[in-house]
Design a binder for this molecule. Structure first.
Ligand code: FES
Length: 166
């Protein structure tokens, strides 16, 4: 019967196993550093890049005046404006209600601009008739381009009753 041999030493590890383990940890460390460096670079780029919001131009080309018959009210849903051809000339109103920002609609039977949300009503020239809206609809600057197109600048409000005669 064989018993345990107390003076038996574990077999010494070979030098190549030590080198493999060391190389593995070096690669692991370098990989971790690379990932950390890449993350830092991404955050630095985001921090240093300008925080700019690109918005569409406030200037709208509404086309030729002939497209708008006399006494017409045209709503451009995409830009949120009315283009109105009245006896006095052309003018443009903001179509967004001054109460809480709903898009208004022209009601040809009643001859008013009405907000579907809380019942504000405006005249064809944007004056408030009734409802919770605190202000009239804004008038926007309108002019003719060199090509003869009607142009509207939504970023420039003007006083009411300033018509463009074409
Ligand atoms: S949003 Fe138009 S009346 Fe309230």
């Amino acid at each position: 019967m064989r018993g345990a041999m107390p003076d038996e030493k574990p077999a010494p590890q070979s030098k190549s196993t030590d080198r493999d383990r060391r190389a593995f940890f070096v690669k692991l460390g370098l990989g971790s550093l690379s990932i950390a460096a890449a993350g830092t670079a991404v955050f630095a780029y985001q921090f240093l890049s300008p925080n700019v919001l690109f918005e569409p131009s406030p200037i709208i080309n509404a086309g030729q005046p002939e497209h708008y018959p006399l006494d017409s009210v045209t709503l451009d849903v995409n830009s949120g404006i009315y283009l109105i051809h009245s006896n006095e000339g052309f003018f443009s109103l903001g179509a967004v209600c001054t109460h809480l920002g709903c898009l208004t609609a022209w009601n040809p039977e009643l001859g008013i601009i009405a907000c579907p949300c809380h019942g504000s009503k405006f005249s064809r020239t944007g004056a408030k008739i009734e409802g919770p809206a605190p202000r009239p609809l804004p008038w926007y600057r309108v002019w003719l381009s060199e090509e003869g197109n009607l142009m509207v600048d939504r970023s420039t409000t003007i006083g009411a009753m300033q018509f463009l005669r074409v």
